[in-house]
Design a protein around this ligand. Structure first.
Ligand SMILES: *Cc1c(COP(=O)(O)O)cnc(C)c1O
Length: 415
């Protein structure tokens, strides 16, 4: 009979799976470690039964968080001025997580008419199917927003500025109206990225007296910075609101992968420098485009005359020693005398600006848009013509300017 007190001699394949070595604690380095798990091991049944996953006091399952995702959540809270964060697999999943956490049959959600398109599609698809009504409001008219809030309104989406036409709303007034009416506000803060303005301190005095309730961020854009990661965050300051979002997050299974979290953690320290570089270059190119004969209108919130410029100035104008802060996006309306085919040829002629969706990475991108299909109402503040959006990357400014020049010349015979 073998001696039952002696542990059995394990085969090599078992020994490598159940290896007892634990490295010394206290490892510190500039970047946090990357912890990967679906399964998390408990020391005993009591721990398994009692461990709480909701408050980050312990680990239960990879979907509920690891040290890597907890660290990223805390750093994103620091970036945006929030207190709680959930990570989701894309910016759109963040929008969906908020909607599904807060809305039910008979409820209404208000969405700005210039909002990120796939968010509207969610409202027209799943939300409508689940009995949630959505109403589009004019982002440039706070009175229109106020008039559309009803007893059934549970959530108001805000976007500053709209991500294609870049009108900057009177965000402070919009939030004031919603607060007065007791309606939850959710800001799509992808453009501001926590850098252009503080979503939880819109008064800018540190008091938090004027704040959105929820800030949603497509980390896919500037925080990732590489054009190679999809991720989103939902940040709040109210524990009860956070818990609603977190419970829905858990029930929908919206976890993120450790390698993606690592990529965002790696890029996050340079987000401020990159954002500023994109901003400086985009403004130069926007100004230059304004002088070109083929261009009827340039849309960039920091450009005097662009829709909502004064609101941008009020909220973001003090940053960077009075130069203000803005993302590296601008759109142009090509003069109506040039048809869609000519504008398409202009986009095709660009060599450095690549045709592709999204933004925030090192490579400059361009997308022609058909505005008529994107709006529910007339847009008198936009000149007639064809809309093209540019996302300015990290290439040398003069190379980008020359690229625009050669494409304008090729397509329109000007400049
Ligand atoms: C890109 C984007 C999103 C969605 O992000 P994904 O990660 O691509 O799903 C949401 N809102 C805005 C304003 C965006 O630009």
């Amino acid at each position: 009979m073998p001696d039952m007190k002696e542990p059995p001699v394990l085969a090599p394949e078992t020994r490598i799976v159940h290896h007892p070595y634990i490295p010394p604690a206290g490892f510190l380095a500039p970047q946090p470690g990357v912890f990967k798990a679906s399964t998390v091991i408990f020391p005993n049944v009591a721990a398994m039964r009692s461990r709480e996953w909701k408050d980050k006091s312990g680990y239960t399952y990879g979907l509920h968080g690891t040290p890597t995702t907890f660290i990223l959540e805390e750093r994103l809270c620091a970036l945006e001025g929030g207190l709680q964060c959930v990570l989701v697999p894309s910016g759109l999943a963040a929008i969906a997580n908020v909607a599904l956490a807060l809305l039910g049959p008979g409820d209404e959600v208000l969405i700005p008419d210039n909002a990120y398109g796939p968010g509207k599609d969610l409202a027209q698809g799943e939300l409508a199917r689940f009995g949630v009504r959505h109403v589009l409001y004019d982002p440039l008219d706070p009175a229109d927003l106020a008039a559309r809030i009803t007893a059934a309104t549970r959530l108001v989406w805000l976007e500053a500025p709209g991500s294609v036409t870049l009108e900057f709303p009177d965000l402070c007034e919009q939030v004031r109206i919603c607060r007065e009416r007791g309606v939850v506000t959710a800001l799509d803060n992808t453009w501001g990225a926590g850098l252009a303005f503080a979503p939880f301190d819109l008064a800018g005095d540190g008091s938090g007296s004027l704040a959105v309730d929820i800030s949603v961020h497509a980390l896919t854009k500037y925080p990732s910075g590489g054009g190679d990661v999809l991720m989103g965050s939902v940040i709040t300051r109210d524990p009860a609101l956070h818990m609603k979002i977190k419970l829905t997050h858990m029930r929908l299974g919206l976890g993120v992968g450790a390698n993606d979290a690592e990529a965002v953690l790696r890029a996050l320290p340079s987000v401020g420098l990159r954002y500023r570089a994109h901003d400086v270059a985009a403004r130069q190119l926007a100004l230059w485009m304004q002088e070109q004969p083929a261009v009827a209108q340039v849309l960039h919130p920091a450009l005097p005359g662009s829709p909502g410029y004064a609101h941008w100035q009020g909220l973001c104008g003090a940053a960077n020693a009075g130069e203000g802060a803005a993302a590296g996006l601008f759109s142009v309306v090509m003069d109506a005398r040039h048809g869609q085919a000519q504008v398409d040829a202009f986009c095709d002629a660009l060599r450095l600006f690549k045709l592709g969706y999204s933004w925030g990475g090192p490579m400059s991108l361009v997308v022609p848009y058909q505005l008529s299909a994107m709006r529910s109402r007339p847009v008198p503040h936009l000149r007639p013509g064809t809309l093209v959006r540019f996302s300015v990357g990290l290439e040398a400014l003069e190379d980008l300017r020359q690229d625009l020049q050669q494409a304008l010349h090729g397509a329109f015979g000007t400049a």
